[in-house]
Design a binder for this molecule. Structure first.
Ligand code: HEM
Length: 509
């Protein structure tokens, strides 16, 4: 009791009379747990905006959240005061599930710094440019796979997303289907997803004994899930790394990838720094694969949903592509500046259903005062996060009238040129923890969308009686969010065939 009293006194001294940001009144112990939509908390925080304003405070059991609903506050704190806003809260389940290697979830420490530096050397804007031809080739291969087997479109999207990352990081070219490395990634992501849902994180925190109960007792499924996930985590870190290492040793021609570049650098280092570096390289590499697969494929799924629901959009985009490129060429990056409507479709895809609606929570390394409010320190006697509510930014009705609707035209001027409003300024997060894969992500999603628009049509699926099936998407929610595959019909445009695409792919080399 004495220590709790001391902490409360210390905190009230720190606060110097500044109140916490406004928010609904918490009830003892549970806090606001009963009024937060645990499945989609971003929607609750967005709804609270009206009553409590842009900066608000909520508590869920012993976790407290300062939620930033506006882009300007997120820039003000997470960017301009990034020195103290770049930590991460501890998410109990991540470690338990064996995914502590992901630097996205590590605090503001030296290991995170080294991982991020290694990552940045490969994915910064100028080096990311070298991936563009590979990304175009992969997008075209994805369309061939869709034409071959349209019903498994969601799986082709994840293969595309994984293939881009695997090429860049390990110089690994997966098979279009049933690739063993893609299988490891898929299984790992599915194993870790439950750990990132707030329900499981809270369950494990409140009932940590769930991890210790015998396998045969009811309730032991969490323990089993955690064990399976940890096994996949080891495979995820080690298998592709070994592949790259062995390939490098066996080959006389130098391979070009993040891992081979850094292994070469590492040889010049002395122990023990060399083993720290090797660890960081393995962790940065596996983080890149996990960070890119779910988010990139989610964006393409969201795009597909928007196209099926709004056929006038893909028709207008195709008219633009045909007018600029003609009918005998597929979009490439040099066409990008001349396709403003396609760009507007990309922006609206990112805004309409952001793939990471709350980003990844930040934590402060010391307390702060902002707009007269007290912002608690990340690791005080209760854990505090500072959350960027990307969902709320995308739902700002003053900036995006009819925000629930998919309207690419909102990013175009009356003359058809692009406006200055680019959701990339918030969908990738803020400050020192901002998504370091964003240049590659943007290029992957653009080339996927542009290639699909140039080659495919998106219509409603029909039921057994020939009636249209209207998709009612269900979302899988965690830190990242994606719609589950829904019935739809994706077919080649009349002038496109598998053979014509194969010819293009052969000439791509
Ligand atoms: C549409 C695609 C993507 C979206 C919407 C997205 C979004 C985000 C967001 C919101 C964050 C958290 C930022 C913050 O804390 O403020 C993040 C972090 C991260 N992203 Fe992405 N991302 C995407 C693709 C990628 C790709 C392709 C990669 C890898 C090549 C990647 C790797 C990472 C990593 C490693 C972090 C953690 C950074 C850190 O904690 O220092 N992401 N991403």
């Amino acid at each position: 009791l004495d220590s709790v009293v001391r902490r409360v006194v210390r905190r009230s001294r720190e606060r110097e009379g500044s109140p916490l940001p406004p928010g609904p009144t918490p009830i003892p112990l549970l806090g606001n747990a009963l009024s937060i939509d645990i499945e989609e908390p971003w929607k609750t925080y967005t709804a609270w905006n009206v009553t409590y304003g842009d900066v608000l405070y909520a508590r869920l059991l012993d976790q407290e959240f300062v939620v930033l609903n506006s882009q300007s506050d997120a820039v003000e704190l997470l960017e301009k005061r990034s020195q103290i806003y770049s930590g991460r809260p501890v998410i109990a389940t991540i470690e338990t599930y064996g995914f502590g290697f992901m630097f996205a979830f590590q605090g503001y420490c030296d290991h995170w710094r080294l991982c991020r530096r290694i990552f940045h050397q490969t994915f910064r804007p100028d080096t990311a440019l070298t991936f563009l031809p590979m990304q175009v080739r992969r997008a075209r291969q994805m369309v061939v796979n869709i034409i071959d087997d349209p019903n498994r479109y969601a799986s082709h999207y994840s293969t595309f997303a994984a293939a881009v990352a695997l090429s860049a990081v390990y110089d690994y070219e997966p098979h279009p289907r049933n690739d063993p490395m893609v299988h490891i990634i898929d299984r790992s992501i599915h194993a870790i997803l439950p750990a990132t849902t707030p329900e499981n994180a809270v369950l494990l925190k409140v009932f940590p004994f769930l991890l210790r109960i015998p396998d045969w007792l009811p309730g032991s499924s969490l323990k089993r899930e955690a064990k399976t996930a940890s096994e996949w985590a080891v495979k995820m870190v080690e298998t592709p790394y070994q592949y790259a290492q062995e390939r490098m040793e066996a080959s006389r021609d130098p391979t070009i990838s993040m891992v081979s570049n850094h292994i070469a650098r590492m040889q010049k280092l002395d122990e023990p720094y060399r083993s720290d570096y090797r660890n960081a390289l393995k962790h940065a590499s596996a983080s890149a694969i996990i960070g890119s697969t779910e988010t990139t494929s989610s964006a393409i799924l969201i795009f597909t949903l928007a196209m099926v629901q709004n056929p006038h959009v893909w028709k207008r985009a195709q008219a633009e592509i045909d007018a600029v490129l003609g009918m005998d060429r597929l979009p490439d990056f040099e066409d990008r500046p001349f396709l403003p409507y396609v760009e507007a479709v990309l922006r609206e895809t990112q805004r309409w259903q952001p793939a990471a609606p709350l980003g990844i929570p930040h934590a402060t390394t010391s307390s702060d005062i902002y707009k007269g409010f007290y912002i608690p320190k990340g690791m005080s006697y209760i854990r505090s996060s500072v959350v960027e509510n990307i969902w709320a930014m995308s739902r700002d009705e003053a900036r995006y009238p009819n925000a629930e609707q998919f309207i690419p035209e909102r990013f175009l001027t009356a003359e058809g040129t692009l406006t200055d409003d680019d959701p990339a300024e918030y969908v990738f997060g803020f400050g020192r923890r901002m998504c370091p894969g964003r240049y590659t992500a943007d290029a992957s999603v653009w080339t996927a969308i542009a290639t699909m628009l140039g080659t495919l049509e998106f219509t409603l699926a029909k039921d057994a009686e020939g009636k249209d099936i209207t998709p009612e998407p269900k979302y899988v929610n965690g830190i990242a969010r994606h719609p589950k595959a829904f019935p739809c019909r994706i077919s080649p445009r009349p002038h496109i065939s598998r053979a014509s695409l194969e010819r293009v792919l052969a000439s791509d080399g």
